[in-house]
Design a protein around this ligand. Structure first.
Ligand code: PFF
Length: 446
């Protein structure tokens, strides 16, 4: 079986794949809106601390377990467990991760489907197809269903091709494009009237909010979701890293890329909202806060692009290309979790596993589309606010309390021979053992 397992062929390939998983709708949509409604730079500041103090250690836990076991989450957690009870717990945690990530993908595919529809809409307008353009921006169940299926087909297509020819190849193409589009959009939007008010709202901190428990909860949830933690995504990507690679270094690069792109996205979204305000578009909701939910992406920003005249068509096209790319590089990492399990545990052929599991997730997504209210919110809350932090907690327990310390050190030393005397080994074990689990629980019970 070992010979059949895929492996990333370069550090660049891994970085693009892992940061592709991390950078998604959570960064470009979730982070800026969370920041804007939680005291601007006060949120940014808290987020940076939590991302590096809590999420990075948890990310490292997954990468280290994954590379050590070279297997999917269930097998990997069982491999580091000693005794019947912990092996049973390993099965439970690994399996809950697989189910959770599948449900995350089911709602993610719906939102990503909207992104593809809005990406195609400017094209239809350029071609003078008014009817099509209206349909693409309508919220019809048929449109949503078709685009869910299309998005899932793209995801299945990439995952079927394997680690090197699918995940690595596509992430290495898509992530650099995402970064270029993001920069171009920021530069353009910052030249427009009103943008500076947005910059001020984003970057001037309102420190009176910093001790607010809801800010802490939002920042931690954002950090965990953004780094794709708890559900075995980073574990499975870690299992495809070669043994010569320095794990603490590449882990910190992934965290930096993720945080960096979230912060950059704030420089686009918040100024864009104030440009919209300047152009007469409503950006506040009834409660007086900035519109942050789906309304932001499917009504405020498209209304802004409409006020830009001809250039708005290209800006809309670029923006939704950015959103579609961000979604796809995340969705492939989600589908890889159950597919790797199907391949390694049940001996399924990869393509077959991708098609079967992808179809099941598509059906779940369609059920949500047809019962959007209340299913969508229930699935989002259950997976991201309840399951993900608890699984993150469980991963910390496994790595720090169950796995043998010298085995962890051996794993880190492979690719980083001086690890024992380095800063990482001085701080990280203590962190995952005490600080992370306690902090996750405290914030969770807030
Ligand atoms: N990190 C992704 C985002 O910020 O949009 C979401 C995500 C990807 C969550 C992969 C969970 C996951 F397993």
């Amino acid at each position: 079986m070992a010979a059949a397992r895929g492996e990333f062929t370069s550090r660049f390939g891994f970085l693009m794949a892992a940061s592709g998983s991390a950078v998604g709708l959570g960064n470009i949509w979730g982070f800026p809106t969370n920041a804007a409604s939680n005291g601007g730079a006060a949120f940014l500041f808290t987020y940076l601390i939590l991302a590096f103090a809590l999420a990075y250690p948890a990310l490292m836990a997954e990468l280290i377990i994954g590379r050590h076991a070279r297997a999917n989450a269930v097998t990997a957690l069982r491999a580091i467990s000693i005794g019947g009870k912990t092996r049973l717990a390993a099965l439970l945690v690994g399996f809950t991760g697989i189910v959770t990530v599948s449900f995350i993908l089911s709602f993610y595919a719906i939102v990503s489907g909207w992104m593809i529809a809005f990406f195609l809409e400017p094209l239809s307008r350029l071609l003078g197809m008014e009817g099509l353009s209206n349909w693409l921006t309508s919220d019809a169940v048929v449109r949503n269903s078709l685009f869910v299926v299309l998005f899932m087909m793209l995801t299945v297509y990439i995952i079927s091709a394997g680690v090197k020819e699918g995940i690595e190849k596509w992430a290495s193409r898509l992530m650099p494009s995402l970064i270029v589009i993001l920069f171009l959009l920021i530069v353009y939007v910052l030249t427009l009237p009103g943008a500076m008010d947005g910059l001020r709202a984003y970057l001037i901190p309102d420190f009176s909010l910093i001790a607010d428990p809801s800010l802490l909860v939002d920042a931690m949830g954002q950090a965990f979701f953004s780094l794709s933690l708890g559900v075995g995504t980073m574990l499975i990507y870690g299992s495809y890293i070669n043994k010569q690679e320095n794990l603490p270094t590449i882990g910190s690069m992934v965290a930096l890329l993720d945080v960096g792109i979230a912060v950059l996205a704030g420089l686009l979204i918040i100024p864009a909202m104030y440009v919209a305000l300047n152009n007469g578009v409503e950006i506040y909701d009834d409660a007086g806060g900035l519109i942050a939910g789906p309304g932001l992406i499917v009504s405020v920003l498209p209304a802004l692009f409409d006020t830009m005249g001809a250039v708005g068509v290209f800006v809309a096209f670029a923006f939704f290309a950015l959103m579609t790319i961000a979604s796809l590089t995340s969705s492939i990492s989600m589908l890889e979790v159950p597919v790797a399990y199907g391949v390694e545990h049940h001996g399924l052929e990869r393509r077959r596993a991708a098609i079967i599991i992808g179809s099941i997730i598509t059906v779940i997504a369609l059920i949500i589309v047809f019962n959007f209210d209340p299913l969508f919110d229930i699935v989002v809350t259950f997976t991201t606010e309840i399951s993900q932090p608890l699984l993150g907690f469980a991963f910390c327990i496994f790595v720090a309390w169950i796995w043998q310390r010298n085995e962890i050190l051996e794993e880190i030393k492979s690719g980083c021979p001086d690890a024992e005397s380095g800063l990482f080994w001085k701080i990280w074990p203590f962190y995952v053992k005490f600080i992370c689990p306690v902090a996750i629980l405290v914030v969770y019970f807030q």
